[in-house]
Design a protein around this ligand. Structure first.
Ligand SMILES: O=C(O)CCC(=O)C(=O)O
Ligand SMILES: [Fe+2]
Length: 307
């Protein structure tokens, strides 16, 4: 069973989970008395009105202040989102709007990100797998070859994340997430810690892939170049930190290890189709939300009269 502790228990969280990079559910992370519909409309109106917000494949990337007066940053998140201990991106908050039945396929997050995932509205069912018992991924990617790989023999947790709870998902943990309630709204705060990760197969693979990409920079395809130059929001300092202990032999061997996986792209076809379907469904849902909130956007755009 995944451990659950009170979000206010900072000492236990930091010593047993944050620094040890182990997942935990933090209970009573925030209160919200608004309905899912109200939260959805408010967030969408702000996103539509903010030119620093950007729409990604399945979520929005926004700045922290977009949440002002909607959902404050939990104290413990504020404490660790500190430039002394972490690489931080400007748009360090992700917002997800997912209807019932939405599935986010198996993957682990890029950019060596720790994720604080607040279930602001609704409920989601998570299955997570530790980086030391990883799944096989397609070459140079963070997504699994199989759509529903077996979790037998893996270190894994399956649990529901209820409204008001926040999951701390450390870097390199694989996850598969199903949306349970009619409307599910999640807020994530993300950061890359500056301390080195505990050794694991996945941590080593990520470091070796980035070592290789840094050396191949001039010939990288646009997507890979973008990831390299924006790694964890800061690029080179984060990549240098991550790849500090990668030897030339390990880096070069990584190229071979990824290339032998190329045939797995074929086996991965159903996984890619599932991802594409999730993407299209979310896009449809997002545009529906957008058109539903047009009235409110207009209201926000009205100049405010201040006496
Ligand atoms: O909420 C979801 O469906 C997926 C969340 C996720 O992948 C993440 O927070 O990294
Ligand atoms: Fe993720």
């Amino acid at each position: 069973m995944i451990p659950r502790i009170a979000a206010s228990d900072h000492e236990q969280f930091l010593s047993k989970y944050y620094h040890a990079e182990q997942p935990v559910v933090l209970t009573e992370a925030v209160d919200s008395f608004a309905t899912a519909g109200e939260v959805c409309r408010k967030l969408n109106a702000r996103i539509n009105n903010d030119n620093t917000a950007s729409q990604r494949l399945l979520w929005y990337d926004v700045r922290r202040n977009l949440l002002d007066q909607i959902c404050g940053t939990p104290e413990i998140v504020d404490h660790v989102m500190n430039p002394d201990g972490a690489f931080l991106r400007d748009n360090c908050v992700r917002i997800w709007f997912n209807p019932a039945g939405h599935v986010t396929p198996w993957h682990y997050d890029g950019h060596s990100l720790h994720v604080f995932n607040l279930q602001f509205k609704g409920k989601k069912r998570w299955t997570i797998v530790a980086p030391e018992t990883p799944f096989l991924c397609t070459p140079f990617s963070h997504t699994t070859v199989r759509k529903r790989p077996s979790i037998r023999g893996k270190r894994t947790f399956t649990f529901d994340l209820d409204e008001g709870e926040m999951l701390f998902l450390p870097r390199y943990w694989f996850h598969y997430v199903e949306s349970v309630d009619d409307m599910n709204i999640n807020v994530n705060w993300v950061l890359m810690p500056k301390v080195h990760a505990a050794p694991s197969v996945t941590a080593r693979r990520e470091a070796e892939m980035m070592w290789l990409k840094a050396r191949l920079d001039p010939v990288l395809p646009a997507n890979a170049k973008k990831t390299l130059h924006n790694y964890a929001g800061v690029g080179k300092p984060a990549v240098d930190n991550l790849t500090e202990h990668v030897s030339t032999t390990a880096g070069v061997m990584r190229l071979g290890k990824e290339l032998v996986r190329v045939p797995f792209w074929l086996i991965a076809l159903p996984a890619h189709v599932a991802k594409l379907r999730a993407l299209l469904r979310t896009k449809r849902e997002l545009s529906r939300l957008r058109s539903n909130t047009e009235g409110e956007v207009a209201a926000v755009e009205q100049p405010q009269l201040v006496n």
